[in-house]
Design a protein around this ligand. Structure first.
Ligand SMILES: [Fe+2]
Ligand SMILES: [Fe+2]
Length: 332
């Protein structure tokens, strides 16, 4: 088999797994879904699509009583039957204004108002060798980033968030395993780091409503995630103080990038479109919020991640342990 034939066969096999937003199974796997659903997978996962997938919810927040119901007879409404049998049907909620709660990926108690008064200019001066190395590494990424994205801020944000959501998950996972292994408390750091990862992923879901990744950007993310996850995993095992410092500098750079995004929005170089619905609900923004408001709260989140990670690194530098220093919980 020639290389070309082998490549075509591999792409045919892996393509749907790597580049679709939904699992490929059932009708989709047998090629019975409309062709458009496979050609435009990302569009199928947009806010509008999410709303269509989620059932109408009419009960007030906290007022639902979902008692298990008898299972449906065989072959009749089997999906509903399975949910009822196990009694794990998600609670149906409503917003404060009485309208339906549209999101299952986050719930009303996950929402918050970002602290936009946070200092955007804070910087940790690298002095020790690991700090200088971490700083150099982040700085070395800036030139290719500028060449690649120039002022395509939404595309840059989309790809940046796919990377930014990795360290919190890796750090949280490793601290979780350490807690189990050593029979010890975590000081809240497992939750704090997992919250950070989830917050970054919500940034990604938000910018997905503003820009769509091209196929080669999806491929780039795939490769970058494979490398970055493993590299960060090893770095965190070897030196948590270096790993947190690296993320601290990465977040400093994220703050800078979103500041540039805001400047272009203010200058009218980018259209200040209405804020995506998911952002309005997640950050409790006013109904008439615009993209500029969204970028402002995302930037505030990045500044908070910057401070948390520099703080975590400082704890290690001072010979203390994360588990003995209460984590900054409750920001998200
Ligand atoms: Fe982010
Ligand atoms: Fe961040």
């Amino acid at each position: 088999m020639s290389c070309r034939m082998a490549g075509t066969a591999l792409l045919r096999h892996l393509g749907p797994r790597l580049f679709t937003a939904e699992p490929v199974s059932g009708l989709a796997g047998r090629g019975l879904v409309p062709a458009a659903a496979r050609i435009l997978p990302a569009r199928m996962s947009s806010t509008a699509a999410e709303a269509a997938k989620e059932p109408a919810a009419t009960e007030q927040h906290g007022g639902s009583t979902n008692k298990p119901k008898p299972a449906a007879p065989d072959g009749q409404d089997s999906k509903k039957g399975i949910v009822s049998y196990w009694g794990i049907e998600p609670r149906k909620l409503a917003k404060e204004d009485g309208t339906e709660w549209r999101w299952f990926c986050f719930r009303p108690w996950d929402t918050y108002r970002a602290d936009t008064s946070i200092d955007m200019k804070k910087h940790h001066e690298p002095r020790a060798l690991p700090d200088k190395l971490a700083y150099l590494l982040v700085r070395s990424l800036i030139v290719p980033k500028q060449l690649f994205f120039q002022r395509r801020h939404a595309s840059h944000a989309l790809l940046l968030e796919t990377v930014a959501a990795v360290p919190g998950m890796v750090g949280g996972m490793l601290l979780h395993l350490r807690s189990l292994r050593r029979f010890e408390h975590s000081g809240g750091w497992i939750r704090a780091l997992l919250e950070e990862a989830e917050n970054e992923r919500m940034h990604l879901m938000t910018f997905l409503e503003v820009a769509q990744p091209r196929w080669w950007e999806r491929a780039l993310v795939l490769a970058a995630q494979g490398v970055y996850f493993n590299a960060y995993f090893v770095a965190y095992l070897a030196s948590p103080k270096f790993a947190h410092r690296f993320v601290g500098y990465l977040e400093e750079e994220a703050v800078h990038s979103y500041t540039e995004y805001l400047k272009d929005l203010e200058a009218g170089l980018i259209e200040n479109t209405p804020a995506p619905a998911i952002a309005i609900d997640y950050w409790r923004l006013p109904a008439d919020a615009r993209l500029k408001d969204v970028v402002t709260v995302v930037r505030a989140d990045e500044a908070h991640h910057r401070d948390v990670n520099h703080f975590a690194s400082d704890i290690h530098y001072q010979g203390m342990k994360l588990k003995d220093t209460p984590a900054p919980l409750g920001y998200h």
